[in-house]
Design a protein around this ligand. Structure first.
Ligand code: GLU
Length: 302
């Protein structure tokens, strides 16, 4: 199979038939991105990386960061976390307050915003500086020492993230955040505003397809990675996880910056990026490209 040819072909398809959809505008810093860019990168477990389109352009990883903070937390202490967050698809928007009240302050899963705030809170307790821990990890795993936060995006979300602030105070009222809300929010906004390219992300997430082995050795046990991939498959793509499993058939995590990280366990890790979002908040071009890629390669967990 000629993977480079396949990726070039996918990029040509997307350019020929650009997807509909709009960039996320509720975070002001994301509005200014050129919406018609598209990139894809595949990091094979055997070591090669293939890429095409705008694969080296950095974008805001947003909720894809939640996979990495979850991995770092699980690596240090899995048991405590799962008493504070469930592992079920939410079926409601990723920033829902209603569901959190209904379920007495226990978020449905670690990838909706309330769940990610609890994960960040736990990582803050475990490390003293969750953001530094995450940034160091991403730089090491991607072999890119210049991965940074986009400060303008972090600041714009901090100014406008009232709903995340509400979720954080709400969690505190249920004693499900232990650190001060401003500290947790600051760490959360900064992790979402990290800028990475598809190439960085595909390499950075390689431990997910390599049974827990990262760039410098083991990150997670094989069992932990299997479970993390299961949470990605069932909860990683907003309210469209069922459709993703149907069309793509891989554990994925998307972000409102237009990126999607996908894992073909035992084979490769894939990152795609296209800023126009479909109605569930997933990259429209990203879903189309991943569905075609898995159809043509047979990379599916099913
Ligand atoms: N920083 C975004 C928020 O909290 C992340 C959303 C996303 O990518 O799903 O609203």
């Amino acid at each position: 199979m000629n993977i480079q040819y396949l990726l070039d072909d996918l990029v040509a398809d997307i350019k020929a038939t650009p997807p509909e959809g709009n960039v996320a505008d509720y975070i002001p810093g994301l509005e200014t991105v050129d919406p018609d860019q598209f990139g894809i990168a595949v990091a094979m477990n055997s070591g090669e990386t293939y890429s095409a389109g705008n694969s080296s352009t950095e974008f805001s990883i947003q909720s894809i960061s939640k996979v990495f903070t979850l991995a770092l937390t699980i690596a240090k202490d899995e048991d405590d976390l799962w008493t504070r967050v469930s592992r079920e698809p939410s079926g409601t928007p990723f920033n829902s307050l209603v569901q959190l009240e209904h379920e007495h302050g226990i978020p449905r899963n670690p990838f909706i915003n309330s769940g990610a705030l609890v994960v960040t809170d736990r990582l803050l307790t475990l490390t003293g500086d969750s953001h530094a821990c995450l940034q160091t990890f991403l730089r090491e795993q991607s072999s890119n020492p210049s991965i940074e936060v986009n400060e303008a995006i972090a600041a714009s979300e901090s100014l406008t993230g009232h709903r995340n602030a509400s979720l954080a105070y709400f969690l505190t009222s249920y004693q499900n955040l232990v650190n001060p809300v401003p500290e947790v929010l600051n760490a959360y906004f900064r992790q979402c505003a990290i800028a990475m390219s598809c190439e960085d992300l595909a390499r950075g997430g390689s431990f997910l397809s390599r049974g827990g082995i990262g760039a410098n050795g083991r990150v997670l046990t094989a069992d932990q990675v299997r479970r993390l991939n299961a949470v990605m498959l069932t909860c990683g793509t907003y309210d469209a996880a069922g459709d993703f499993a149907y069309r793509v058939g891989l554990p994925c995590k998307s972000g409102v910056g237009g990126g999607i990280l996908a894992v073909a366990p035992g084979t490769c890790t894939i990152a795609v990026w296209g800023p126009r979002l479909g109605k569930s908040g997933n990259s429209a071009a990203g879903v189309t490209a991943l569905a075609k890629l898995t159809e043509r390669t047979g990379w599916s967990v099913f």
